[in-house]
Design a binder for this molecule. Structure first.
Ligand SMILES: [Zn+2]
Length: 317
């Protein structure tokens, strides 16, 4: 009798916990389509706004590649909940196991979702730039967990830092079944931790936050010169499709447009600095030159700081 009771209790608790799991994840990606962007490659393109109560922290571009035997994930999002929602989306396309995850850089909106894939597949291999792993462990991981929790008012609670375990080398190729992933590591572009991933067979490039489309970048941890260099490198690759860190995917024009944005801000700052101008005086002149980008999400909110960063970098050049 006692064992029957125990089994009943176990059944009830399992039912409740799976209900809680479903309740927690459902909704985060419901209004976002899973878009096929190349033969084996799919993406879900998150909100253009920053992490919020409304988007529950889902505001990056998770990508997955379905190989002959498995699934490869890139940038699984900002929290364990976003990662689980992504896994639900993958499950609608395939039952194949997720065997590899690649993280683009240390900013937590891109990689804290690792946890969901480690939970579901404890043998999953998680790759990143060696500096990404070092910085994440040195405190960036925890500060991003705290930031996400605050900005989403608790929608990401329960997220723990699941660090990548495999450090990549520049130009390293990782062969996964019928697919090859090539890592392009940058020294100091958007951060000191950036890896861009080329899916060779599909001619796709995942830039991480080295490129943005329709949304303003942040360069608080980056350099204009390094970011422009990363765009120059990317423009030379044999690719048809570009997935930026934020904003919709497209062709190589995304790289050219973003390079031009960086170039206008940086070079104009340098020239005006030579004329002894202060950054607040430069702002209207630079903004005028950036007409093409005025419609980008958070243009007004971000441009002042981006000019200050450009001036500081130009002064130290
Ligand atoms: Zn970033």
């Amino acid at each position: 009798m006692k064992s029957v009771l125990n089994i009943t209790l176990l059944f009830i608790s399992l039912t409740l916990s799976s209900f809680a799991f479903a309740k927690e994840t459902t909704g985060i990606m419901d209004k976002y389509d899973t878009i096929k962007i190349a033969e084996h490659t799919w993406g879900i393109f998150g909100s253009l706004t920053g992490p919020s109560v409304e988007n529950k922290g889902f505001m990056n571009n998770p990508i997955f590649v379905i190989t002959d035997k498995s699934v490869v994930v890139f940038d699984p999002g900002s929290s364990v909940q976003v990662g689980r929602a992504l896994l639900e989306k993958i499950r609608k396309q395939t039952d194949k196991p997720v065997t590899h995850v690649f993280d683009s850089h240390v900013h937590g909106d891109h990689w804290l979702g690792n946890q969901a894939f480690f939970e579901a597949y404890p043998n999953v291999k998680i790759y990143a730039h060696p500096e990404m792993i070092a910085e994440a462990k040195a405190g960036e991981g925890q500060s991003w967990i705290d930031l996400m929790e605050k900005l989403t008012e608790g929608a990401t609670t329960g997220t723990k830092a699941t660090y990548p375990t495999i450090a990549l080398k520049n130009n390293q190729e990782v062969k996964i079944d019928n697919i090859t992933i090539k890592a392009h590591l940058n020294k100091h572009a958007h951060t000191k931790t950036d890896a861009m991933y080329q899916i060779i067979e599909d001619k796709v490039l995942i830039t991480g936050d080295n490129a943005f489309n329709n949304r303003m970048t942040r360069l608080d941890n980056g350099t204009y010169a390094g970011n422009i260099k990363a765009m120059d490198l990317a423009l030379k690759l044999d690719i048809d499709t570009v997935v930026p860190g934020h904003g919709p995917s497209g062709g190589k024009e995304i790289l050219g447009d973003f390079r031009e944005f960086l170039h206008i801000v940086y070079d104009t700052s340098k020239t005006l600095l030579d004329d002894d101008m202060e950054s607040f005086e430069m702002k209207p002149i630079i903004v005028e030159k950036l007409k093409k980008y005025h419609g980008w999400e958070n243009f007004d909110g971000a441009i002042g700081k981006l000019i200050s960063i450009a001036v500081l970098e130009a002064e130290n050049e």
